[in-house]
Design a protein around this ligand. Structure first.
Ligand SMILES: Cc1cc2nc3c(=O)[nH]c(=O)nc-3n(C[C@H](O)[C@H](O)[C@H](O)COP(=O)(O)OP(=O)(O)OC[C@H]3O[C@@H](n4cnc5c(N)ncnc54)[C@H](O)[C@@H]3O)c2cc1C
Length: 493
């Protein structure tokens, strides 16, 4: 039987005792850190791989550690942020260099193994691993180098908190997500949104160039193929190759950050409808520097509204919402780097199931099912329903043309979440979770964010990529004609 959490227990479990997290799914120190330390202590010669059949290049353990299941380091590198998902690849190729990645690809081809690619390890559905295949793990490739004009070159193993740690002292900003342990690679290749996206676009919109190792083991750059760059801005997760470097433009870091946390307790259906309606009305009028999240967790609603520039009359603009709330806690003019740390999250891995609950045009998409939705969320402690603002610059036509991310005209993103502590609690929560998913599906909500995937999305090609799927398949045929890079929802040849 699943445990019923008191609010205090639930907050503790969520790591929310001190601060509200706008992205409830953001909790943990990802596996990468433990991987790194496990690896650092055990850099040994016996990890040196033999040469792969068909591979011309000689590699050393400075390039790659090729781990099999009997290696004591395998378990550490096999860990993912989501404890619900378990995979057992034949090899985990922990690559430190591009040459190491090339070697791993050749080895996989020589043994006819499918390849999954892992950077930050935060895939909701474990798409960065597989059973019996090759996992190319680039989590140790963490170099960040500065170029002219505030441009920055990053390796794929960089986590968001590491990037902030490198950029903020230089007063630079890369618009991305809030959770410190998410990997820049997976985030960017599927889109990437957060507090700054309404002003600067998705993370992929700041991407100028990338390099990847394709299915033949060749190093390819988007300098030579703009179509590959288009494809990797929204459709690049584990589909065309292993990305080994990203070149981004960056922006001036705003010095301060304002946030308002509104609490609504003892929610019922009527309050759910009125608060949701007011949240959409208010968030629809916010300037691009602002962000808003609506987070229903059991019978408690938390609304977060942020802005990184002081905006005249801001308190008045959000007054229709604060008037309904039980309490409002503003934190104004906070030092921005310090404020971002409040949203990094806590140590994992954890048990959870999260998925997109759809991209919405507006409140009617949700209000049409308000009774059933509220009753399912409120009746199942551990389930969270969240809506975040997109819109603003994300909807820009030039950005739309330059990227395969297809949902720019849908300004709200829903996320359904379930968290538990014991494996025995999973079945009950997942059942309720799926009932909510059915509600959304039956209500005609069919567009989903690729970075919030779900194994049950039937028409996932259209849901993630809209009308761009067939164009993405063309790119797949060019870089991976034999479908080496494969997972349950990878782009098909
Ligand atoms: C706690 C948490 C908080 C989150 N917060 C946000 C948020 O604020 N904003 C947001 O937009 N999203 C957010 N997400 C979703 C996040 O963007 C995706 O989970 C993302 O794919 C994670 O990337 P990763 O590198 O950490 O994961 P991984 O599991 O390593 O990879 C995810 C996917 O990308 C592919 N991939 C990874 N590295 C490479 C590479 N080098 N080359 C090619 N393909 C690669 C993998 O094969 C896999 O399909 C969050 C997720 C979690 C779990």
């Amino acid at each position: 039987m699943s445990k019923t959490y008191t609010k205090r227990e639930f907050l503790k479990m969520m790591g929310l005792g001190l601060a509200f997290l706008p992205f409830m799914s953001c909790f943990s120190q990802s596996s990468s850190d433990s991987e790194q330390s496990a690896e650092a202590g055990q850099k040994k010669k016996e990890g040196k791989p033999e040469e792969a059949k068909g591979s011309e290049s000689k590699v050393s353990d400075e390039d790659i550690l090729l781990l099999t299941r009997d290696d004591q380091r395998y378990a550490g590198f096999n860990m993912a942020f989501n404890k619900r998902i378990k995979h057992l690849p034949k090899y985990i190729a922990v690559c430190r260099t591009e040459k190491g990645v090339q070697y791993a690809i050749q080895k996989a081809k020589a043994e006819s193994l499918k390849v999954a690619v892992k950077s930050g390890g935060h895939s909701f559905e474990g798409f960065s691993s597989n059973d019996g295949g090759m996992v190319v793990n680039v989590s140790l490739m963490k170099k960040i180098s500065w170029l002219d004009n505030g441009e920055v070159l990053m390796q794929p193993g960089c986590l968001l908190q590491e990037i902030q740690g490198a950029l903020f002292p230089r007063k630079r900003l890369l618009p991305s997500g809030s959770c410190g342990t998410v990997g820049i690679a997976g985030l960017t290749l599927g889109g990437g949104y957060g507090f700054f996206s309404r002003k600067y676009g998705l993370t992929c919109d700041s991407l100028l160039e990338l390099t990847l190792v394709d299915a033949d083991g060749n190093v390819r750059s988007t300098k030579d193929d703009k179509e590959l760059l288009w494809a990797c801005k929204g459709g690049g997760n584990g589909n065309f190759g292993v990305v080994t470097s990203f070149r981004f433009k960056t922006y001036d870091m705003p010095p301060t950050f304002d946030s308002y946390v509104l609490k609504f307790r003892n929610m019922n259906v009527e309050r759910f409808a009125s608060s949701l309606s007011a949240w959409f009305d208010v968030s629809g009028q916010l300037p691009e520097e602002a962000f808003a999240a609506y987070v229903l967790n059991g019978k408690t609603l938390t609304v977060l509204i942020t802005a990184y520039k002081s905006i005249a009359g801001f308190a008045d603009r959000i007054a229709p919402l604060t008037a309904l709330a039980d309490s409002t806690s503003p934190t104004l003019n906070a030092d921005l780097p310090k404020a971002m740390k409040r949203y990094y999250g806590r140590k994992g891995p954890i048990y959870f199931k999260n998925a997109s609950s759809g991209l919405y045009k507006g409140k009617d998409d949700i209000l049409q099912m308000k009774d059933e939705l509220f009753n399912l969320v409120a009746g199942h402690p551990g389930i969270v329903f969240q809506v975040n603002t997109l819109g603003g610059r994300i909807a820009d036509a030039d950005l739309e043309n330059a990227s395969s991310y297809p949902h720019r005209q849908l300004p709200y993103l829903g996320e359904l979440q379930a968290y538990w502590e014991q494996e025995s609690q999973e079945a009950g929560l997942v059942k309720a979770f799926e009932e909510i998913q059915t509600l959304f599906h039956n209500a005609g909500i069919k567009a989903h964010y690729r970075n919030y995937p779900d194994i049950n999305f039937k028409d996932w090609e259209k849901a993630y990529y809209g009308d761009n799927y067939s164009r993405l398949q063309e790119v797949k045929r060019k870089y991976d004609k034999d479908d080496l890079f494969h997972y349950p929802q990878s782009i098909r040849v």
